[in-house]
Design a protein around this ligand. Sequence first.
Ligand SMILES: *Cc1c(COP(=O)(O)O)cnc(C)c1O
Length: 420
Amino acid sequence: MDHFSLIDGAMHCEGVPLSVIAEQVGTPVYIYSTAMFERHARAFRDGMAAAGNVHLAYAIKANPNLAVLRLLAKAGYGADVVSGGELARALAAGIPAADVVFSGVGKTEGELSTALDVGLGQFNLELEEEGVVLAGLAAAKGMIADAVLRVNPDVDAGTHAKISTGKAENKFGVPIDQAPAIFARLAALPGLAMRGVAIHIGSQLNDLAPLEAAYTRVGELIAEIRGMGLPVDRVDLGGGLGVPYRAGEVFPSPAELGAMVARVTRAWGVRLMFEPGRVIAGNAGVLLTKVIWVKPGVTNPYVIVDAAMNDLARPALYDAWHDFAAVRPTGARMTANIAGPVCESGDTFAMGRDIDAVARGDLAVFRTAGAYGATMASTYNSRALVPEVLVDGDRFAVVADRILPETILAAERIPDWLKA
Ligand SMILES: *Cc1c(COP(=O)(O)O)cnc(C)c1O
């Protein structure tokens, strides 16, 4: 069930009317449903149960809010982090360092060192030299770092080019044909325990076939590495499962993914790991906004809302679709363009869309904004940094403040030589 639905004609998140949040917190504001986060977390765990005893590492970058991390930690999730900042968040949320996986193509020596110091569970190496540097750091500290080698299987994930990560020309992982030799050289280094391999071919995947092709290649790779006399006991299968952004769209379910994984990996004899992000967070959040103007246009009117591309970048970045719905729909419809106040034509959420009729002052939401939403927000055009609210039943809390332009301004200064 969707926990953003109409009760007596007004949209609620669980038991809280969105109009109440708008009154108390203002708009724009991201609103998350605890029940939906928990349901998605459970559905993914249940889906993967077919594949045995798995480790679930929530991909923090999808939605790194501290309260969200806390509730996922309580749901038994570890974390996949891609920066020292995300590692700090995972630890602050109470996720044990041993349950954290460190991904990312540009981990710095400082980040690797800090991660060793806190007892990180697994380093996902993106290139051979990174493994050499990590081994040196670990050996100097008298430690042994658990690591896996991220491989690039050269498969087309069939998703948007900017969120494809498993094609040969993408920056991620080592070419799968070079992986056995690299793995063997790294496995020989003191300070490093090479445990297995990792893969992540892209995001918002709507088809299991590319994943299955990639996993099948990983199976062949495991056999090759073991054939060299080297043990493999972990395989990290990444994230990437997509979610419906438009009412009526159908995506593979976690249960379907789990069944495929169970079939493909049956003979692997490893601990499987997953890094789901969007599938946990995407539909658990909306961006609540207020209509500033309905501006007449040449073909269609422009609904100018108080949320903009700095708050929700996905439409400008990936031409992404977000369903738009009035908080108090009258039943009337209109065809309109929807845009924000930022001075860029790219600050447009929809063109010529059939939507709930709205007027100046009305509240509305962009749906499916829980993943890659608030975390990509900026202060472009000297706008505030958008706040976040978490709802749980009949209660809600502001879990990230609105950072006002004054606060940003206070961190800037005019150098002495310009003061005169
Ligand atoms: C972004 C990312 C994920 C999460 O991807 P989703 O599509 O949100 O599930 C998982 N693993 C890695 C390495 C990533 O970069």
